[in-house]
Design a protein. Structure first.
Length: 402
C-alpha cells in the first residue's frame, strides 16, 4: 500500500465559490489561491472560501482538463473505500438495464465526473471490468477504488489502463491485468447483437469505442441497405461491420495504422462477413480523398470520425481548425442524396459550433444539405449536469442535396 497523502486546506478565489457550491466539478489552476501548499498528486483537498468557510472536498490530479475534481459538498465526508463503494454502486444501479440486455455485453459502468469522480472511468466487457486512470492523482487513490470495485461487483477479471504521464501519453507498464482470471484473447463481446473482438491487455485501446453504439446501430438499421459505404479513420472497422450487416453492397475502410488491416479483417470474420468482398486500405485518409476524387469514386455513405488531434508524416489534423476542410473532401466523394456521418470527440467546441462547421463546408462548395439526425453520448456515458463540456461526442447525419 502506498503512503496516503495528508488532507490539505486550500482557498478558493471569491469568483469561483458559487460555481463549486452549486456543483461545478472541475478545479482549475486559476480558481485556487494557494496551490503551492500541495506537494503531491492524489492529495485530498478541503476547499474553503476567503473567510475560511467550507466549500467542498476534492482531490488534486493534473490532466489536460484541469488540476483536480470536486468529490463532495459534505464537510464530514470521508474519502475512503465506503465513499468509492457508494459511487460505484450508484453508477451500476443507473445502468441496471444494460446488465440485463443479452444483445449488448460491453458498455461503460462509470463515466468520470458524470458519476461523481472525475478522471476515472470503468468499462464492462462481458464480466470483465476495465478501470482507466486519467491522472496520477486519481491513480494514487487506486487502492481504495479497486477495493470498492471488488466489493461492489461480481467479476471474472479486472484490468486497468493508465492514460497519463508527463507527456500526456499512454503509460504501458505491462501490468494491465489486476485481479481475477485473465480474459481470452480476443474476448468476444456483443453490441446490439454484433460481435466485437476485444483485447484488454494490448496497449492503450481495446478495439472498439463504446460511445458510438447508437450511431453504429442507426447505420445498420436505417441507412446501410444496398449502399456503398466508406469508413475513414476506420480503426478496427466497427462502423464497416455494422454497415455490412445492415446490407451494404460494399464497405471500404481506410486508416493509416498498419494493424488496422488485420484488426478489421478479424471483426468481419467473427461476424461471418465475407472479408474478400470488403475493401480495407492502409493509407493516410487525406491521400485517399485525393485518390478517390481523381478516380471519380462516389459513395452512398461516408463516415468521418477523425481523432480530435492527429499527426502523420505529411499532415497535422486538429478538429477545431481542420474539420471544415475534411468535410469538404468528404462532400466531394459523396453521391447526390448520399449521407455523410460527421463525428468528432473534440471537447473544446459544442454541437452548435460543429453545426457551423457543416454549414460553412457546404456554403464554400455552394452545396445544399439536410440534417437527418444528431447524436451525443449514450446513456451509459453519463454527463454531469453542471459540466456540459463532458458531453464531448457530436455526430450529425447529413444528407447531401446538391
Amino acid at each position: 500500500m502506498q503512503n496516503e497523502a495528508r488532507e490539505i486546506t486550500l482557498t478558493v478565489k471569491a469568483d469561483y465559490v458559487s460555481a463549486y457550491k452549486s456543483g461545478y466539478p472541475l478545479l482549475s489552476k486559476e480558481s485556487i489561491l494557494d496551490w503551492e501548499k500541495v506537494e503531491q498528486e492524489g492529495s485530498i483537498l478541503t476547499l474553503v472560501d476567503t473567510k475560511n468557510k467550507f466549500v467542498a472536498k476534492a482531490y488534486y490530479g493534473i490532466q489536460n482538463k484541469g488540476y483536480g475534481w470536486i468529490l463532495s459538498l459534505d464537510k464530514e465526508e470521508k474519502i475512503d473505500t465506503a465513499y468509492f463503494s457508494k459511487k460505484i454502486t450508484d453508477a451500476i444501479a443507473y445502468r441496471e438495464d444494460f446488465f440485463s440486455d443479452v444483445t449488448t455485453t460491453a458498455f461503460r459502468v462509470f463515466n468520470g465526473e458524470g458519476d461523481g469522480i472525475g478522471g476515472l472511468t470503468i468499462d464492462y466487457f462481458d464480466g470483465y471490468y476495465l478501470v482507466t486512470w486519467y491522472s496520477l492523482g486519481i491513480y494514487k487513490l487506486r487502492n481504495k477504488i479497486l477495493e470498492a470495485l471488488q466489493k461492489s461487483v461480481s467479476f471474472k477479471g479486472i484490468y486497468q489502463k493508465k492514460r497519463f504521464n508527463t507527456k500526456g501519453q499512454y503509460l504501458d507498464d505491462a501490468d494491465d491485468f489486476l485481479f481475477g482470471s485473465k480474459a481470452p484473447e480476443p474476448l468476444i463481446v456483443k453490441e446490439n447483437g454484433v460481435n466485437f473482438a476485444i483485447y484488454l491487455d494490448d496497449g492503450a485501446m481495446v478495439g472498439v469505442f463504446l460511445d458510438q453504439r447508437d450511431v453504429r446501430r442507426t447505420i445498420r438499421d436505417k441507412y446501410a441497405k444496398n449502399k456503398t459505404f466508406l469508413n475513414t479513420f476506420s480503426y478496427t472497422g466497427a462502423f464497416s461491420v455494422f454497415a455490412a450487416l445492415g446490407g451494404a453492397t460494399k464497405t471500404t475502410s481506410v486508416d493509416l495504422a498498419k494493424r488496422s488491416l488485420a484488426k478489421t479483417q478479424e471483426q468481419f470474420r467473427i461476424n461471418a462477413v465475407d472479408v474478400e468482398a470488403q475493401e480495407i486500405i492502409v493509407e493516410d485518409v487525406f491521400h485517399y480523398f485525393k485518390y478517390a476524387l481523381r478516380k471519380k469514386f462516389l459513395f452512398d455513405i461516408v463516415v468521418l470520425d477523425p481523432p480530435s488531434f492527429a499527426r502523420s508524416k505529411k499532415h497535422t489534423f486538429s478538429a477545431s481548425k481542420d474539420y471544415v476542410k475534411l468535410l469538404k473532401e468528404a462532400i466531394g466523394i459523396t453521391k447526390k442524396g448520399g449521407i455523410i456521418v460527421a463525428s468528432t470527440n473534440a471537447a473544446n467546441f459544442d454541437m452548435m459550433r460543429f453545426s457551423d462547421f457543416i454549414s460553412k463546408a457546404f456554403k464554400e462548395l455552394k452545396g445544399k444539405y439536410k440534417v437527418e439526425e444528431r447524436f451525443s453520448l449514450p446513456k451509459d456515458f453519463r454527463v454531469h449536469e453542471k459540466f456540459k463540456e463532458g458531453n464531448y461526442l457530436k455526430v450529425v447525419f447529413i444528407r447531401k442535396i446538391s
